[in-house]
Write a protein that binds this ligand. Structure first.
Ligand SMILES: Nc1ncnc2c1ncn2[C@@H]1O[C@H](COP(=O)(O)OP(=O)(O)OP(=O)(O)O)[C@@H](O)[C@H]1O
Length: 359
C-alpha cells in the first residue's frame, strides 16, 4: 500500500507540481495517475521512490516512511518502468534483465536463468536473449523493460507512460499482457498515462489530476464514467462515457431468448436467421433463410459473443448490435451457445445492474 498524506512538491523555481496530494494506492491493485500534460503525474510517481523529494507531507510505502528510508534500499523493493524502456544499449537483453539480481548478489548464471524465465513471463521469445535493445521492436523493448523491473521481484511497480511510444496495436497487446501478468503477480502498481482509455482499461482505481498538481477525482473506472465530479473530469473522461460505462456493469439477470441452431449440412431456415454450431456446440456464424443446405462457405460471420455470467452489459449490447440478425449470441463458460440476447433486453436489465453496482 502506498499512502500520500498532504504531499506537496514545490520546485526551487516556485512551480507547485503537486499540491496537497491525499491518496492511497491499494495493495496488489493497479492505480493509474492520469491527467493533462504538466499536471504532476510523473512528479507524484517519482516521489514514491524518492527520485523526487517531497517538499512537505507524508509518504509511506507498505507502512515505511519514504523520507526516512535509505533511497537505495527503498528502490530495491520498487521496480521502475519508463517510456522507451530505458534499457542499457550496450548490454544484451538477458544481461539487461539480469542486471539488478546481479547487483543484489545473485550469481551470474542464476541471474541469467532467472532472466530467461522472465522473458517467457512477459511473452518474449528467449531466442532474442543475446540481441541488443536496438535489434528489438519498440514493443519488445517495453517487454524487456517490464521483465527487468520484475527481476528483483519487487512488491511495488512504478510505470511511467510505459506504452506510449508504441503503435496502438502493440500498445493494446502490452496492456493485455500487463493485465494477465498482474492477475498472476498481484503487485502494487502505480501507472502513469495521459490516455484516459488506457487508464480506464488498466486501473482498478484511477486518479485524475488537473494542472496545478491537484487531484480532481480518485475512483474506480466505472464511477469515473458514470459520476464525474465536475466539468473538468467530465470533459477529460471524454465522449461516449455513458456507453463506455456499460463495460463496468454486469448483470446476472439479462433474460436470454431462444435461438434456432443448425449444423453444416442441415437445411437452411425457412425464415429469419439461424446460428450454425460446430460439433461441440460452439457458434461458427449465422445463416439466413433460403433454399438448400448450410455449407461452410455460406456462413456469415457472427458478431461479438456475450459471455453469460462474466460479460458486461456493454459486451451484451455489442453482441446484439454486431450480429446480422439483431440477436446477440450468449455463450457459457465453455464457449457453447446458451441463448440469445437483444438490445431491448440489455436496456431493460440496466436499472437493476446500476443499483447493484451502486450498492
Ligand atoms: N525539475 C523541475 N523544476 C521545475 N519544474 C518542474 C521540474 N520538473 C517538473 N516540473 C514542473 O512540474 C509540473 C508537473 O510536471 P510533471 O512532469 O510531474 O507533469 P506530468 O503530469 O507528468 O506531465 P507530462 O504528461 O507532460 O509528462 C510541470 O509544470 C513541470 O513543468
Amino acid at each position: 500500500m502506498i499512502e500520500f498524506r498532504g504531499v506537496t512538491k514545490r520546485f526551487p523555481d516556485g512551480t507547485v507540481a503537486v499540491d496537497e496530494l491525499d491518496l492511497v494506492a491499494e495493495q496488489g491493485r493497479i492505480t493509474v495517475f492520469v491527467g493533462p500534460s504538466g499536471c504532476g503525474k510523473t512528479t507524484s510517481l517519482r516521489m514514491i521512490n524518492r527520485m523526487v523529494e517531497p517538499t512537505s507531507g507524508e509518504l509511506r510505502v507498505d507502512g515505511q516512511d519514504v523520507l526516512a528510508a535509505d533511497p537505495a534500499e527503498l528502490r530495491r523493493g520498487i521496480g521502475y518502468v519508463i517510456q522507451q524502456a530505458g534499457l542499457f544499449p550496450h548490454r544484451t537483453v538477458v544481461d539487461n534483465i539480469a542486471t539488478v539480481p546481479m547487483l543484489l548478489g545473485t550469481g551470474r548464471r542464476a541471474a541469467r536463468d532467472l532472466a530467461m524465465e522472465l522473458m517467457e513471463t512477459v511473452g518474449l521469445d528467449t531466442a532474442m536473449a543475446s540481441r541488443y535493445p536496438s535489434q528489438l521492436s519498440g514493443g519488445q523493448q517495453q517487454r524487456v523493460g517490464v521483465a527487468r523491473a520484475l527481476a528483483a521481484d519487487p512488491p511495488v511497480l512504478l510505470m511511467d507512460e510505459p506504452f506510449s511510444a508504441v503503435d496502438p496495436v502493440v500498445r493494446e497487446s502490452l496492456q493485455e499482457e500487463l493485465l494477465r501478468l498482474q492477475s498472476e503477480l498481484g503487485k502494487t502498481i502505480v501507472f502513469v498515462t495521459h490516455d484516459i482509455d488506457e487508464a480506464i482499461k488498466l486501473g482498478d482505481r484511477v486518479a485524475v489530476f488537473r494542472v496545478g498538481g491537484k487531484l480532481a477525482q480518485y475512483d474506480e473506472p466505472g464511477v469515473l464514467l458514470s459520476r464525474p465530479v465536475d466539468d473538468f473530469v467530465d470533459s477529460f473522461v471524454g465522449r461516449d462515457r455513458g456507453y463506455r460505462g456499460l463495460g463496468f456493469l454486469t448483470s446476472a439477470t439479462i433474460p436470454l431468448g431462444s435461438l434456432e441452431t443448425l449444423s453444416v449440412g442441415d437445411r437452411r431456415p425457412d425464415s429469419g436467421w439461424a446460428v450454425v454450431l460446430d460439433d461441440t456446440g460452439r457458434p461458427l456464424g449465422w445463416v439466413e433463410a433460403g433454399d438448400g443446405v448450410v455449407t461452410e462457405d455460406g456462413i456469415v460471420p457472427g458478431g461479438s459473443l456475450y459471455a453469460v455470467g462474466s460479460g458486461s452489459l456493454r459486451g451484451a449490447l455489442d453482441a446484439a448490435l454486431s450480429s446480422p440478425s439483431g440477436q446477440g449470441v450468449a455463450v457459457d463458460a465453455d464457449g457453447r451457445v446458451a441463448g440469445s440476447v437483444t438490445a431491448d433486453a440489455v436496456l431493460a436489465a440496466l436499472p437493476a445492474a446500476r443499483d447493484d453496482s451502486a450498492a
